[in-house]
Design a protein around this ligand. Structure first.
Ligand code: GLU
Length: 290
């Protein structure tokens, strides 16, 4: 792993406190801490979605991680406290003419995508690829209820060359560079600022990973594709590109990715049933073949 600003390796586990941590989170946290050794392991609370995040879930996160035997750097960042920093990043992109205000609702987008000339809707890392209805609207027209989108074609035109990133996870190990055609057709004009929630995940995560000097982003393989968007945003904002490590996901018996609503796999439930931290590690190893 590359050395960080102060020569340190630094990784993070970035849960959203929208429910109880389950086996998949335990796996993510253990991988992140393992990759930081020797170095610093940070926890960042990704609580942008204030309507779904709860203080009791945040408290449970720390309780569960401590019980698992994890040890993290004392300073914990909360994304809900960093709106001004995200806004400054948005303003930089806007000043370069790379953003536009969007007033489309989800229904408007679905309706536009169902027009015969649109073909089959494409789902990317930010949901359905936006059909571009509001593209070209000037930022001067932005109203308080508008979302702000990245104009992907303009963003690509602003960059002489797209950066590459090193992936250290076994599933996609190697060096990767975003494909501009995919960014346009498979990712599209992603939302940077939500009308109801403020900064969107994709903007906040690149700003925070850079601000915290993260040298290797460790997270689940479901976010591998989003990394191509993240390195584009890093290039646009002159941020360093960290290494990435996307680990295998823990799945339920039906092969589906565990979700927070799967309380049966919640660490708190397993603990109440008598499981020890060593049992949790063994369950993870059995699931991912480690
Ligand atoms: N907050 C995200 C989650 O809970 C993780 C995002 C990341 O690690 O980049 O799934």
């Amino acid at each position: 792993m590359a050395a960080g600003r102060a020569g340190l390796r630094r990784t993070r586990f970035a849960p959203s406190p929208t429910g109880l941590l389950h086996l998949g989170h335990a796996h993510a946290a253990l991988v992140a801490q393992g990759r930081a050794d020797p170095g610093e392991f940070l926890i960042r609370i990704e609580d942008l979605d204030r309507a779904r995040c709860r203080p009791e879930h945040e408290a449970a996160i720390f309780r569960d991680l401590a019980w698992l035997g994890l040890d993290w750097a004392p300073q914990v960042w909360r994304q809900s406290e960093r709106a001004a920093v995200y806004r400054a990043a948005l303003v930089r992109l806007a000043a370069r003419g790379l953003t536009y205000p969007c007033r489309c609702t989800r229904g408007d987008i679905r309706a536009a995508l169902s027009a015969p000339q649109e073909g089959a809707p494409v789902a990317g890392p930010d949901g359905l690829v936006y059909p571009g209805t509001c593209r070209g609207r000037p930022m001067a027209e932005a109203a308080p209820g508008d979302a702000i989108r990245l104009d992907m074609r303009r963003a690509l035109a602003a960059l002489p060359r797209l950066p590459s990133f090193t992936e250290t996870g076994a599933l996609h190990a190697g060096c990767h560079r975003p494909d501009p055609d995919w960014l346009v057709a498979g990712c599209g004009d992603v939302i940077l600022w939500r009308r109801d929630m403020g900064a969107a995940y994709h903007l906040a995560v690149v700003v925070d990973d850079a601000a915290q000097g993260i040298t290797e982003v460790t997270r689940g393989a479901d976010l591998f594709e989003a990394t191509f968007l993240h390195v584009l945003l890093q290039a646009l904002l002159d941020l360093p590109v960290p290494a990435y490590h996307h680990h295998a996901l823990i799945r339920d018996d039906a092969g589906k990715r565990l979700a927070k609503r799967d309380d049966a796999r919640a660490l708190a439930t397993l603990r109440a049933e008598g499981a020890s931290p060593a049992d949790i590690r063994a369950m993870i190893a059995a699931q991912i073949g480690a």
